[in-house]
Design a protein around this ligand. Structure first.
Ligand SMILES: [Zn+2]
Length: 346
């Protein structure tokens, strides 16, 4: 079954199916004249079976002519699509394109296995002709880390990857960055691919018509208060319930502040952070915020804002360090409050 399934899933999409999948995912698509037959497919240059989508940035402006026609040293097309700052996608090929170059075999194997781990590409593992098996997207961006990806553009990139993964029955782990596959040290794209895959996975958990930008316009209020005494043992990170252990779930973003009252000796330290528990039990944590105790009660505040997966749970944890390391007396959290805003998922 696995073999038959893999075979079916990995035949490249026709131009018509690709276009339909992209439009169904809500992309604003412009067809470059001639794109349906524009490719590098030919003798010794196969296209397919396909196994994933590869993300690039253009490292320049006004790249349309180059993505279509190529450069003196590399014939076009150089991608299957070019994504403008506006989020408009121009489709440029439905066949083989010169974008991936040589892919490290260890990176390729991780994509094939849809592993959540994407090892650094190692030339020593061998190489694969990436143009045979990856769809490629060029995103217009200078790639200098300062040039922003507007929301509409980033959202469109997520939609592009999700559309192709959905059409093939792949998970978000089939979406990788050029920097994750290239044996030539390519740096693109200049954003975090784990975040990107998380956004692709979120789309794939919904139907293709899902529209998170519209949904997340109106925030809801987060307000929790708990004065149940909680014990903190020195040096031990402790999950702190505030009315509930899970402070938030079913949200896509939040901006929250926790205020924790600890009866702790002068000179002691309280640290805290929010963390997310994913569906598979793994966790992501925000940066530690440290507050030094002054006198008597310590009022510690820990803030974080950012995105969160719909199926992830938001929790708070704190740790207490006494002023003197050999002090093993526990202290008591006498009250905790969490307030802020969050944006609900559908
Ligand atoms: Zn690239």
């Amino acid at each position: 079954m696995a073999l038959a399934g893999a075979g079916l899933m990995s035949a490249p999409l026709s131009a018509a199916r690709m276009l339909a999948a992209l439009r169904a995912e809500g992309l604003d698509v412009v067809e470059h004249p001639g794109w349906r037959t524009h490719s590098r497919t030919g003798p010794g240059r196969p296209w397919g079976p396909v196994h994933g989508v590869l993300i690039h940035h253009t490292a320049g402006r006004s790249s349309a002519a180059t993505v279509w026609g190529g450069r003196s040293d590399l014939p076009g097309p150089l991608a299957h699509g070019l994504l403008a700052k506006s989020g408009v996608l121009t489709v440029t090929s439905a066949g083989r394109a010169n974008h991936a170059g040589l892919v490290a075999r260890n990176a390729y194997s991780a994509v094939l296995a849809e592993s959540t781990k994407h090892p650094a590409p190692s030339a020593a593992s061998g190489t694969v002709d990436g143009n045979t098996c990856f769809y490629g997207l060029e995103i217009e961006n200078l790639g200098d880390g300062a040039d922003p990806y507007p929301d509409a553009q980033y959202d469109a990139a997520v939609r592009w990857a999700a559309a192709l993964c959905r059409a093939h029955g792949w998970s978000a782990q089939s979406a990788v960055g050029h920097k994750e596959t290239s044996v030539e040290g390519k740096p693109d794209p200049s954003f975090d691919m784990h975040d990107f895959r998380r956004a692709v996975a979120e789309r794939l958990a919904h139907g293709p018509d899902w529209n998170p930008l519209e949904e997340s316009d109106m925030p809801s209020t987060l307000g929790l208060y708990d004065d149940t005494p909680r014990t903190l043992r020195p040096g031990a990170w402790t999950t702190l319930p505030v009315e509930h252990t899970d402070l938030l779930s079913g949200a896509v973003a939040y901006d929250a502040l926790a205020l924790v009252t600890v009866k702790a000796p002068v000179g002691s330290t309280v640290q805290g952070r929010f963390f997310h528990v994913r569906e598979d039990g793994t966790r992501w944590q925000s940066g530690i915020v440290e507050r030094a105790g002054t006198t008597g009660d310590t009022f510690a505040d820990f803030g974080h804002k950012g995105s969160i997966g719909k199926k992830e749970k938001l929790r708070l944890e704190v740790v207490y360090y006494p002023a003197t390391p050999d002090d093993d007396e526990p202290v008591t959290v006498s009250a905790a409050r969490v307030r802020g805003l969050y944006w609900k998922a559908s």
